[in-house]
Design a protein around this ligand. Sequence first.
Ligand code: HEM
Length: 200
Amino acid sequence: MDSSVSSKRKAKTPSQAITAKAFHWLNIISLLLMLTSGLRIYNANPVFGGREGWHFPSFLVIGNGLAQGRDWHFAMMWIYALNLLAYGLFVFITRRWQHRFASSNDVKAVQVSQNAKRKTYAWHRLVYTAIVPILLLAIASGLAMYKPVQLHWLAALFGNWQTLRTVHFITVPTVLLFTFVHSFLALRVGTWRLIKSMFV
Ligand code: HEM
């Protein structure tokens, strides 16, 4: 193969910072464990309908009983939260927040751009930026339930206990939906090569 063609192909393969890759791996693994152990906790006393309410099937949950579900949840919360904190520091120190996340230009592009590629790219940036506050909401509502006495001011922001539990629970379908849309848009923006570049 002509070496100029092969070098052009190589140049097109996106490359990601090792920190971004590590963040994605740890985030997916810890989120999966938070989610399945959270559903185990839910099964002990469903937010909707109490003990008589709908339960998740056992293949979707980890931990044998409430105690083990809580053990998994509270062990994984450190990895999940510290990973997000480390990535936040990385984004801040390297000033990635200035150009890697959605801006008003992306909002404008979604509204008025005639360029389909630019529009998809703008949606992609908006969606992955919007995931961040949802990941933080899972931490804030989780912490408020974990230490309701020490963090009474945080728990009070959610109104009452049932609302707090409901908000924490709703982060599950929201995170799943965002992960699906994020992957779909990444695929459209950069094909499998972009997705692969984030994990390999
Ligand atoms: C650092 C972050 C987090 C902390 C501190 C935390 C803490 C908690 C606490 C204290 C409970 C209640 C435990 C109990 O009643 O015994 C809980 C329940 C739950 N958590 Fe988390 N959590 C966090 C993140 C997450 C994430 C990321 C997910 C999934 C996206 C999740 C899903 C759930 C679910 C589904 C429940 C059961 C809700 C219920 O029935 O009330 N949590 N979590």
